[in-house]
Design a protein around this ligand. Structure first.
Ligand SMILES: Cc1cc2nc3c(=O)[nH]c(=O)nc-3n(C[C@H](O)[C@H](O)[C@H](O)COP(=O)(O)OP(=O)(O)OC[C@H]3O[C@@H](n4cnc5c(N)ncnc54)[C@H](O)[C@@H]3O)c2cc1C
Length: 504
């Protein structure tokens, strides 16, 4: 019954032309909103630009999977002094389909700041968010990685290194049911063990009567008399309906949950012109420091991310995590070329790969562009680069404390490797230039920020677009700041609270 409600528009077109709620996007925000609204008895359609993929059929070629699952095949980037890759999922389940399933509640301190500075206390009360978070943890089976079962050796090394220098940490809590530790979250879990919205919230919504329609790109939101009444766009994919235009009317509301970048650009293309639309783009840019160990690490087994050291979140604004991914993905970060690279490749089984995610102060902007589709401008500020440098030094010191015989710095302008803790001070000389670092952005925020004051925000505390009835944004673009923790759980909690209010 519910499977029949997952539809590929490319082959069968849209199943209806009018519903109560149209939800644009099927990721963290869209999935959570669909779950609540469908359960309320309303007629709901979720429209997703990307395909509906059964990850069990994807095979083991990481590059081919990424090309199918990620926006622009994984080749999206932000432009500034440096060009920084941005990863976003574009398939049913959105980025939750390709992420590492790490669970973190929205920190109380951050929510308090949102209440005080942006007036969000009525729309997003602590109690309602806590209740939503508890339900989501249950429905998505949040549980910690288990030592010796889904942990990998490098998770234990990170724990040793973090303990040695007194940084608090834990085995990562993840949304999973029956994880077999195949380290393939990034390419869609081959065993459906990862509890993305594709296999949880959207299936529940479908069981309650919602349609989840793949290969539908919403281009515009239609308004009539100050109210959102429909969405229009084109069907994608390569089936017989591909290229056909469509219009889907929304009796009660249109909910935009296309993710940061796409949501603000959808509002812009639909004629919205608030002063802060597309502004305050924020992120947790990340990079990695690798350690070369005397014994095998095999950082392609275990849960895709097994251990996190979070004790420097409030001081330096950083969080450290181990990364278990297929060998070809880690290999892409190895230094050197030609014969030197081949030597490094032979050492891959001995490499531990630890990341740092930085709660950056920088704010960028988002706009549609003729040439780039979605143009993101973003530049880290000097304070961000100083903290990044300190964080990388800390990671390097953890590697040495855990027994690494070499640390691969990954910074242009520093030696390729450090061989002893005495060399850690070299990090103080790393350039304060973003081009020197291999950064990537996976946690994105802003563009349609929430706030009480319509002159400085895009949506109000209930996530309704200021001045437009029946139009809501329920994804990470409404976050008025970044959070310093992995965002999926916060996004789902915020969308759940807003959708519950909307459902009445
Ligand atoms: C590699 C990676 C690992 C990550 N790991 C974690 C983690 O472990 N834990 C965590 O908390 N967070 C993680 N994140 C981040 C987290 O997954 C995202 O922050 C979150 O999914 C964003 O939710 P969203 O609803 O804003 O957007 P998304 O989940 O990105 O969903 C948006 C969806 O809308 C669709 N869409 C966009 N525009 C349109 C349109 N016009 N018409 C139709 N459909 C449209 C998109 O194709 C997409 O499927 C990770 C991210 C990445 C890239």
């Amino acid at each position: 019954m519910s499977a029949a409600r997952f539809i590929d528009a490319s082959h069968s077109g849209l199943p209806v032309d009018e519903v109560d709620f149209v939800i644009v996007g099927s990721g963290a925000g869209g999935g959570a909103a669909a779950r609540i609204l469908a359960a309320s008895g309303a007629r709901v359609v979720v429209l997703e630009e990307g395909p509906h993929i059964d990850a069990r059929t994807l095979g083991t070629n990481a590059g081919a999977s990424m090309a199918r699952l990620f926006r622009a095949g994984g080749k999206q980037a932000a432009f500034g002094r440096a060009t920084t890759p941005i990863l976003q999922g574009a398939c049913v389940g959105g980025t939750t389909f390709v992420n590492s399933a790490i669970v973190w509640r929205l920190p109380e301190k951050i929510l308090h700041h949102w209440h005080e500075r942006f007036g969000l206390a009525d729309g997003l009360p602590q109690r309602a968010l806590d209740d939503a978070a508890t339900i989501i943890e249950d429905e998505l089976s949040a549980r910690p990685v288990v030592e010796g079962v889904t942990s990998n050796r490098q998770d234990l090394l990170l724990r040793t290194g973090a303990n040695a220098i007194g940084v608090e940490g834990r085995f990562i809590h993840r949304y999973e049911k029956g994880c077999r530790g195949s380290s393939r979250c990034l390419h869609g879990c081959p065993h459906e063990a990862k509890q993305s919205t594709a296999v949880t919230s959207l299936r529940r919504a479908a069981a309650d009567g919602a349609h989840v329609v793949a290969h539908v790109r919403v281009r515009k939101i239609e308004r009539k008399g100050g109210r959102a009444v429909a969405v229009t766009g084109r069907i994608g994919g390569d089936g017989p309906e591909a290229g056909q235009p469509f219009r889907l009317a929304a009796r009660r509301a249109v909910i935009v949950a296309g993710g940061v970048i796409q949501s603000s650009n959808l509002l812009w293309r639909s004629g919205a012109r608030m002063a802060h639309l597309g502004r305050h783009f924020m992120s947790h840019p990340g990079t990695a420091v690798m350690g070369l160990y005397p014994a095998r690490v095999d950082a392609w087994t275990g849960a895709s991310q097994g251990y996190e050291a979070f004790g420097m979140r409030d001081t330096l604004g950083v969080k450290f995590e181990s990364i278990n991914v297929p060998p070809e993905v880690t290999a892409a970060r190895l230094p050197g070329a030609g014969a030197r690279f081949a030597e490094r490749l032979a050492e891959l089984p001995y490499v531990a790969n630890w990341s740092v995610a930085l709660r950056a102060d920088a704010e960028g902007s988002i706009r549609p562009s003729l040439w780039f589709g979605d143009l993101v401008r973003y530049d880290l500020v000097p304070h961000d680069l100083e903290r990044l440098r300190d964080a990388m030094r800390t990671l390097a010191s953890m590697h040495f404390a855990a027994g690494a015989r070499e640390v691969l710095t990954g910074v242009s302008g520093l030696p390729e490797t450090l061989r002893s803790p005495d060399e850690l001070e070299l990090f103080a000389r790393a350039p304060l230039d973003p081009r020197a670092y291999s950064l990537i952005m996976t946690h994105l925020f802003g563009g349609c920020r929430a706030g009480r004051d319509p002159s400085t925000s895009v949506v109000d505390p209930t996530l309704k677009v200021h001045g437009v009835d029946g139009l809501y944004v329920m994804d990470a673009s409404v976050f008025p700041t970044n959070t310093g923790v992995n965002p999926q759980h916060s996004i789902m909690s915020v969308a759940t609270v807003a959708a519950t209010r909307l459902a009445g």
